[in-house]
Design a protein around this ligand. Structure first.
Ligand code: 13P
Ligand code: SF4
Length: 308
């Protein structure tokens, strides 16, 4: 049952007290519910969240996001307690590549450099040479020597975008994000007609024909930065609608229009204040990674963090 504003306020206070008692930090992705973004110590994209997890001094990290994000924090900080308040919050795109499938493909291709999007399991990261996020994928691929063949997993749309931006030929995996793949060029054109002159910002997980219509292609934090710094007042936003709360909060005088109301990731909405409170009380559900997998996945993540 949805909570009233007064209930949410009381719960938020309880969460803040528990957080202090546990010496915890709350990290939230920009697609989370507004009340979760409001209690977080840091709200951002996958890159910013990983960077924050890597340098936190807190004993407990409460990760308000999806499984691969909490797992990345557990890889980067094995001595901290990493909690994912909703254990079943996964990422369907991350599930589109398994370590076994990847090993098979690598065996078929022979000598190849594997770049894996951070939206992947620890096991897949362990099978990869370097990770990337939507914020640094172009830079990461750009650093790979030009004579190397590159296999990019799992997002074919991000891979396609990076290939175009870098001029590199990438071997793509057939994964995609169901939430971003849902946005059509027709919907973007309709939004442009409804809001003439608005800046179109889209996430690189969108289809190529949608990216072709955009003025700005950026990670979620990249969109936020662009909206803050731009002179423009009106923006059409082609990503999960949770970001609209933070855009409006940080840019009160500007107007933001979702490119499609259908862009909702159910996994990102599964975390509630009740679950955050329970996680802090019980220190469960806890995310851990087996040491052998962790060591190899860490190498992929650290190679990425060194160049961004
Ligand atoms: P960002 O890293 O841009 O926030 O994207 C994460 C994600 O899951 C997009 O769907
Ligand atoms: Fe995964 Fe897409 Fe949800 Fe991001 S929005 S967590 S890529 S399903």
């Amino acid at each position: 049952m949805p909570r009233s504003t007064a209930d949410l306020g009381r719960l938020a206070e309880e969460v803040r007290e528990l957080k202090a008692r546990r010496n915890a930090v709350i990290l939230s992705h920009l697609y989370q519910r507004p009340e979760i973004q409001d209690i977080a110590d840091y709200v951002g994209d996958s890159l910013g969240l990983s960077q924050n997890a890597a340098r936190t001094q807190a004993e407990v990290i409460v990760f308000c996001g999806v499984h691969f994000m909490a797992e990345s924090a557990a890889i980067l900080c094995p001595d901290r307690i990493v909690l994912l308040p909703e254990e079943d919050a996964g990422c369907p795109m991350a599930d589109m590549v398994t370590a076994e499938d990847l090993r098979r493909r690598k065996a078929e291709l022979g000598d190849v450099t594997v770049v894996c999007y951070i939206n992947s399991s620890a096991e897949v990261k362990a099978e990869s040479d370097i990770c990337c996020t939507s914020a640094n994928a172009v830079k990461v691929v750009g650093r790979i020597p030009p004579d190397r063949r590159i296999l990019f997993v799992p997002d074919r749309h991000l891979g396609h975008y990076v290939a175009r931006r870098t001029g590199r030929e990438l071997i793509l995996w057939e994964g995609y994000c169901p939430t971003h793949d849902r946005l059509t060029a027709g919907e973007v054109l309709a939004a442009k007609r409804a809001h003439p002159g608005a800046v179109v910002m889209v996430h690189p997980e969108c289809r190529p024909e949608v990216i072709d219509l955009a003025d700005v292609v950026a990670s979620t934090s990249g969109m936020l930065r662009h909206a803050r710094e731009s002179e423009a007042r009106d923006f059409i936003v082609g990503t999960e609608t949770g970001i609209l709360y933070q855009l409006q909060k940080q840019c009160p005088g500007k107007r933001f229009y979702p490119a499609s109301q259908k862009m909702v990731c159910p996994n990102m909405k599964a975390t509630t204040l009740d679950k955050v409170k329970r996680a802090l009380e019980t220190l469960e559900p806890r995310i851990t990674v087996p040491p052998d997998v962790r060591a190899r996945a860490l190498a992929s993540l650290e190679r990425m963090l060194q160049i961004t």
